[in-house]
Ligand binder design. Structure first.
Ligand code: G3I
Ligand code: 9MR
Length: 594
């Protein structure tokens, strides 16, 4: 062929391939150094799904790579990376390695001459199943007011802390039946995050996401065994775990008027000490409309869900529904009572300086709560309120903007509540519009994922509130349309979270080859163990750097540092954890079905 003058191009390409092959063989003679520049999902890949890695490149695209099977030490796949991509918000360049054709189960490494060899990775079915379970198990470690025991927690066992059996009513929360200084019991629940406080807005959101996971994928959830104290009963572990928090939430409602305290907290954040050593007075602080509505929404949803588990939870469905109605009525009478910490501190002592979970408007909370109450009860007045507050677009649901949870519920129950058809159809259309717009321009995405293309993708909690959340939304789009592109986009976002990203971190503690070891997490930081408690998603790159820590880079997708004080990038939180748990569980089951 090389003697044919018509085939110069082929000849040149054969020559280049020859050199590449020779270099690969030559390099494989001696061990290539480990390179963190080759980025991919560090847990691995599903045999029949897309497989993409990204090399963080300086200048050259089109670089040859090969994949070696670790068991046989044979090269089983060769390819060339596809050109250079430049980030839209920095001058950083990447090149994409595609190896979808590698379908055989096994353990592998990627090798690139001049760059090095990658971490090992696996190809096998159900690659996300274990991390999804770890995501759920993380909630057990966050439990307040109970010992975390060795049979369930292994090395991360610890004595009980924060009994919360003598919580003081803060002056901001005083009412005729409970004047300031009254002592109430408000035990259990999950610690919110790296701190030890408990906040109703964020708790309600978290319960809503986890119950949505159960409602959307009941069979997968029923199969999970998280090895928690309740694992032996007949209720799925996820619902047992959520009940730990529901019990606490129910104590946060004032039995006299249905109002719900915004939070249970120390006046200031605790130090980095063990729960058992915390001695500061805890308070219930100010009722708020957002707390009442997030409480109402999650309790109404709980009523629906736990009605199927009367044997283990007798009376819970009725109790949560009554609590939900009571809180909703309080909110209707107090629609303007937003939580404003600074103003509150001007009027009451002691000042409270812990997390605010503030809001400027409760319209989205009215929407979510009325949707849940309508779906659970079928009562027209709730549907009327839902229609009144219906959003005109779909936004990813977060603690401060909860419309999306109502839209998910409408979509899920469209078939059972006929009168909500119009609202449900609207929600479906809005979600699909979002999913389509998020699916654009992937060919230029620096890490070959829908998430991470734009500077605005990076903010406090973005690994969850943006990356995981968008992944869940793609899964809804997939369920609604059966268009495989959405499922693959969801997988790409998961790959991003688990290592194919600008820092090379797999952002789940204890998972992957390089993961956070110093999360902003008092439980992890105050034990004697070097390893953090496993299974937690950290907040992620955040150029806002509100913690004033030193970060290695100012570039949005690199604004991350694995040090304990960096709470704006390296904290963990139950709301973020709930979205990751939903995402990983649902993605695994969707890929398994495929
Ligand atoms: O929502 C906007 C987004 O649209 C925009 O693109 C982005 C750009 O800056 O900003 C986003 O707002 C950020 C918001 O989080 C997103 O949810 C704010 O800047 C940021 O200040 C805000 O941070 C919140 C943080 O508390 C400070 O109030 C986090 O959401 C919230 O998760 C966090 O919650 C804390 C609790 O207060 C206390 N417990 C720990 C917990 C986790 O860090
Ligand atoms: O530990 C706190 C974390 O949970 C919050 O997200 C963060 C922002 O509210 O605040 C952290 O606490 C810090 C406080 O704000 C300032 N002093 C140092 C505290 C621990 O780093």
């Amino acid at each position: 062929m090389c003697f044919n003058p018509m085939n110069k191009q082929q000849c040149a390409s054969l020559f280049i391939w020859g050199i590449c092959f020779f270099t690969l063989v030559a390099c494989s003679q001696r061990e290539l150094p480990l390179s963190e520049r080759i980025r991919f999902n560090q847990l691995g890949f599903y045999p029949s799904e897309e497989k993409v890695a990204v090399v963080y490149a300086d200048s050259i695209g089109n670089q040859p790579f090969s994949i070696r099977n670790l068991a046989t030490n044979k090269v089983v796949f060769t390819g060339v990376s596809s050109g250079l991509r430049t980030s839209s918000f920095s001058d950083k360049k990447t090149s994409v390695l595609s190896f979808t054709g590698l379908t055989a189960a096994g353990e592998y490494r990627i090798e690139m001459p001049g760059i090095g060899q990658s971490y090992p990775f696996a190809v096998r079915e159900s690659i996300l199943q274990d991390v999804a379970l770890a995501g759920l198990k993380a909630f057990y470690y966050q439990r307040a007011s109970t010992p975390i025991e060795e049979p369930y927690a292994g090395a991360w066992n610890r004595p009980a802390g924060h009994p919360d059996d003598s919580v003081m009513v803060h002056p901001s929360a005083a009412s005729p039946n409970r004047p300031a200084g009254t002592i109430i019991a408000s035990p259990k629940g999950w610690y919110d995050a790296g701190d030890y406080n408990k906040y109703i807005v964020n708790s309600g959101f978290t319960v809503g996401v986890l119950l949505s996971l159960y409602e959307d994928f009941p069979d997968a959830v029923k199969q999970q065994n998280a090895h928690i104290p309740e694992s032996g009963n007949t209720t799925p572990d996820l619902l047992d775990e959520v009940y730990w928090n529901i019990e606490w939430m129910l104590t946060m409602q004032d039995p006299a008027d249905g109002g719900v305290y915004h939070k249970l907290t120390g006046a200031e954040f605790e130090g980095f000490i063990k729960p058992v050593d915390c001695r500061k007075q805890r308070y219930v602080v100010a009722k708020s409309v957002t707390a009442a509505l997030d409480f109402a929404a999650s309790m109404a949803q709980a009523s629906r869900v736990y009605s199927g588990f009367e044997a283990d939870y007798p009376g819970l469905a009725a109790k949560t529904l009554a609590a939900a109605r009571f809180a909703f009525n309080w909110a209707l009478k107090n629609p303007e009572v937003l939580y404003r910490q600074r103003a509150m501190n001007e009027n009451f002592d002691p000042d409270v300086t812990t997390g605010e979970y503030g809001d400027r408007s409760a319209t989205d909370e009215f929407f979510w709560a009325s949707v849940e109450l309508y779906i659970t009860t079928g009562e027209a007045s709730y549907l009327k309120t839902a229609a009144e507050y219906a959003p005109d677009t779909y936004t990813l649901p977060t603690w401060g903007r909860v419309n999306g949870l109502g839209q998910w519920t409408l979509i899920r129950h469209a078939g059972t509540r006929q009168e909500a058809q119009t609202l449900a159809a609207q929600a479906r259309e809005q979600l699909l519009t979002y999913a389509d717009s998020a699916s654009q321009h992937l060919e230029t995405a620096p890490y070959a994922a829908p998430y991470g293309r734009q500077a605005k993708d990076f903010f406090w909690g973005c690994n969850s509130d943006a990356a995981s959340n968008q992944g869940i939304t793609f899964l809804y789009a997939w369920l609604l349309t059966q268009n495989k592109k959405y499922l693959t986009n969801a997988l790409h976002n998961m790959d991003y979270i688990l290592g194919r990203n600008a820092t090379g971190f797999c952002y789940i503690t204890g998972w992957g080859s390089k993961s956070p070891v110093n999360p902003h997490h008092r439980l992890s930081a105050s034990d004697e163990l070097a390893d953090p408690i496993p299974g937690f998603l950290v907040g992620g790159p955040n150029p806002g750097k509100q913690d004033n820590c030193e970060y290695p880079s100012d570039i949005p997708d690199e604004s991350y540092t694995d040090v304990t004080p960096a709470y704006a990038a390296n904290e963990i939180a139950i709301n973020w954890q709930s979205l990751f748990t939903y995402f990983s569980t649902a993605l695994d089951v969707s890929l398994r079905k495929n």
